[in-house]
Design a protein around this ligand. Structure first.
Ligand code: FAD
Length: 291
């Protein structure tokens, strides 16, 4: 399959990329890793008149720890996130989840900014930004704005980005050092998009859960947080009964789609199974087992 004809602009700096995107008047697309955009063009699901390549824009690919946050540039590749010592130390759930994204060749090209902007409901990074309460930095000719991940994902493949806006950076709050975490995913084959996946972080004190975060993907039009289940865990000690209550709450809160890969019922069941394992593993790590 071949893409429709398009003009191509390789921007040398952010200002140039923004003005080219703005000049395209809604008919331009940013080209980052190209791992979603090029298939969309080849299948004629997108027909932009111009692609604005941001790969030569300096200062968009980095991972940096500050006092209380980890900052990531929008052009940072999935594989860089997987291998980064900063990510491994402060956001181990992100490093673990990256191993589930496609195949190495795709992870070498695909970027965090592209993944968030593409907003596939079964993609790992959108769910992780929601799970970890990340904030997304966005530039346009009007200046810079910052949005919470919770306000960014509108529906499947739709975000709150305006047509002249470019995602430039993502800021993750650093979880407490002793935070427990887990990531569980099932896909039909290694490298496929997830049928469902769950990320969990838990802070424990005196063998009780101080704070729990539970994020799910592949179970609706956007990634979701299981706020009710999080509240059930808060202040409690882990028991089989509590786990079962949390799983029941998660299953009743989600509305998975049926498609050719799996039925809604199967995905709901799977999400519960994965959540149970992830909550247990995150709790074990939070409770002192750092393996
Ligand atoms: C076979 C295959 C399997 C895959 N499996 C997975 C998987 O399991 N999990 C997963 O998460 N992904 C998967 N992907 C998708 C892959 O991770 C993509 O890299 C990712 O979705 C998009 O990132 P990109 O940098 O390639 O973006 P691009 O393809 O370049 O762009 C995607 C969209 O985002 C826009 N965009 C890109 N960057 C920006 C920006 N900074 N600001 C504003 N808009 C921007 C583009 O205009 C376009 O609309 C798979 C892809 C393939 C081909």
């Amino acid at each position: 399959m071949k893409p429709p004809a398009f003009d191509y602009i390789a921007a040398d700096n952010l200002e140039g990329a923004l003005s080219a995107l703005s000049a395209a008047g809604g008919d331009g697309k940013v080209l980052a890793g190209g791992q979603s955009l090029m298939p969309m063009l080849n299948f004629r699901l997108a027909r932009p008149s111009v692609l604005i390549d941001i790969n030569r824009v300096p200062g968009l690919a980095y991972v940096e720890a500050t006092g209380s946050t980890v900052k990531v540039g929008a052009l940072t590749r999935h594989h860089a996130l997987e291998m980064s010592p900063v990510i491994k130390t402060h956001l181990p759930v992100v490093a673990a989840a990256m191993q589930h994204v496609a195949h190495l060749a795709i992870r070498n090209r695909g970027t965090i900014g592209g993944s968030l902007s593409h907003a596939d409901p079964a993609a790992e990074l959108p769910m992780l930004t929601l799970l970890l309460d990340a904030r997304i930095g966005i530039h346009s000719p009007r200046g810079r704005r910052i949005t919470d991940a919770g306000d960014f994902f509108v529906t499947s493949l739709v975000t709150s980005l305006e047509e002249d806006e470019i995602v430039t950076d993502i800021e993750f709050p650093k979880p407490a050092r002793e935070s427990g975490w887990a990531f569980e995913e099932v896909a039909r084959r290694a490298g496929d998009f997830a049928l469902a996946a769950v990320g969990v972080t838990i802070d424990a004190r005196d063998r009780k859960c101080e704070q729990a975060r539970i994020g799910l993907m592949g179970v609706g039009e956007t990634p979701v947080r299981a706020h009710e289940a999080e509240a059930l865990l808060r202040g409690q000690r882990l028991s089989d009964t509590l786990l079962d209550e949390a799983v029941a709450s998660i299953r009743s809160a989600i509305e998975p789609n049926t498609d050719l890969h799996a039925s809604s019922d199967y995905r709901r069941h799977l999400a519960g199974v994965l959540a149970k394992k992830a909550i247990r593993d995150a709790w074990r790590r939070a409770d002192g087992d750092r393996q």
